[in-house]
Write a protein that binds this ligand. Structure first.
Ligand SMILES: NC(=O)c1ccc[n+]([C@@H]2O[C@H](COP(=O)([O-])OP(=O)(O)OC[C@H]3O[C@@H](n4cnc5c(N)ncnc54)[C@H](OP(=O)(O)O)[C@@H]3O)[C@@H](O)[C@H]2O)c1
Length: 316
């Protein structure tokens, strides 16, 4: 099958078109014919070898943890799907090797969910990893409640864009950071106050406009955004970060209610997200849809850390 794979860690030049054997589904697994693969910052971090000491990796390594496609074959004991079903999934596995930048991917059936009927395959492939991250950070970890104030850093990004919509829909008042050209976009997602982190001191602006502080801060940036987050929290407020586990742990050691989230596959939550998409309360923004062969270009874009919404690779 056609793939984009790497045989060693390194720069974008390592992403090569490669013919690899088509995988077969084992018990409890499904073989998916990939229609579209979402691109996430973790893809280039894996390519560079940043995660090699945390998770086992094997070469040739096909990147990509987001997929939308059609079930081609089911393994033994799978009764939740039939060949022909359209599905989407966050396809992280215990070993980083057989990802979604490929014509076919095998994954555990319990990690897949039915694709939203109202969106295209590229739109569906842009959702799982980023939207699950936002969902798990806001609801499982921060336990965000109706009427609360939340500050979301990097609201124009893949995760932040979903987080703004989910928080707004949950009845929270959303404060957000983004550069000025993205303010109108972030407003359409449901943010009440948007702060240009490039020209203003975010903590000062928040404290000036809302001295009581934020009930929740969701950090999708790290660095200054994370370290200054305690300054804007109410006493007992919750800080959730998805970028820097070490700095987050140090804040927790110093008494801040700070937690790091690493997104987990979760099909029931994908079902919930599907319903939101079909009902129109959750939308995805595509920054670019590129053919698989342009994976290196997709990595160049995502590495800029300034894309609005999501990038997707297609296989048709
Ligand atoms: N722990 C986990 O499970 C997990 C899961 C998903 C993602 N992540 C990590 O979380 C981060 C965000 O992921 P993503 O997919 O949302 O990335 P992304 O889509 O690449 O984020 C890009 C966005 O970040 C914004 N941005 C960049 N610097 C900023 C700053 N200093 N302040 C505010 N906004 C800023 C940009 O907005 P402007 O152009 O307006 O600046 C851009 O829209 C990445 O580091 C990723 O690896 C972790």
């Amino acid at each position: 099958m056609r793939t984009i794979a790497i045989t060693q860690f390194g720069g974008r030049e390592q992403l090569k078109q490669m013919e690899l054997p088509q995988p077969e589904p084992g018990p409890g697994e499904v073989l998916i014919r990939v229609k579209a693969a979402g691109v996430n910052p973790v893809d280039w971090k894996i390519r560079e070898g940043w995660l090699k000491d945390l998770v086992p990796h094997q070469f040739p390594l096909v990147p990509g943890w987001d997929v939308a496609g059609t079930v081609e074959e089911i393994g033994q004991d799978v009764d939740s799907f039939q060949p022909g079903d359209n599905v989407y999934a966050y396809a992280r596995k215990p070993i980083v090797q057989a990802g979604c930048y490929a014509e076919y991917v095998v994954l555990e059936a319990r990690h897949a969910a039915r694709k939203p009927t109202s969106c295209s395959f590229p739109e569906a492939a842009s959702i799982p990893l980023a939207a699950l991250t936002a969902y798990q950070a806001l609801f499982d970890t921060a336990k965000l409640c109706r009427g609360e104030q939340i500050l979301i850093h990097a609201a124009a990004g893949g995760v932040g864009g979903f987080a703004v919509q989910l928080a707004h829909h949950a009845g929270a008042t959303v404060w957000a950071t983004a550069s000025a050209p993205n303010h109108a976009y972030v407003k359409t997602l449901g943010a009440r106050e948007i702060i240009d982190y490039r020209s203003a001191d975010v903590a000062q602006v928040v404290k000036g406009k809302h001295p009581a502080g934020m009930d929740v801060v969701f950090d999708c940036v790290g660095g200054k955004a994370l370290t200054t987050s305690p300054d804007v929290l109410t006493s007992g407020g919750r800080l959730v970060s998805i970028v820097d586990p070490i700095a987050c742990g140090q804040l927790a050691d110093n008494g801040v209610n700070a937690q790091f989230v690493f997104v987990e596959p979760n099909a029931p939550q994908l079902d919930d997200l599907r319903m939101r998409v079909e009902q129109g309360s959750l939308k995805t923004e595509l920054a670019a849809v590129l053919p698989l062969a342009e994976a290196a270009r997709a990595h160049e874009m995502i590495e800029s850390q300034h894309t609005r919404g999501k990038i997707v690779l297609t296989l048709d």
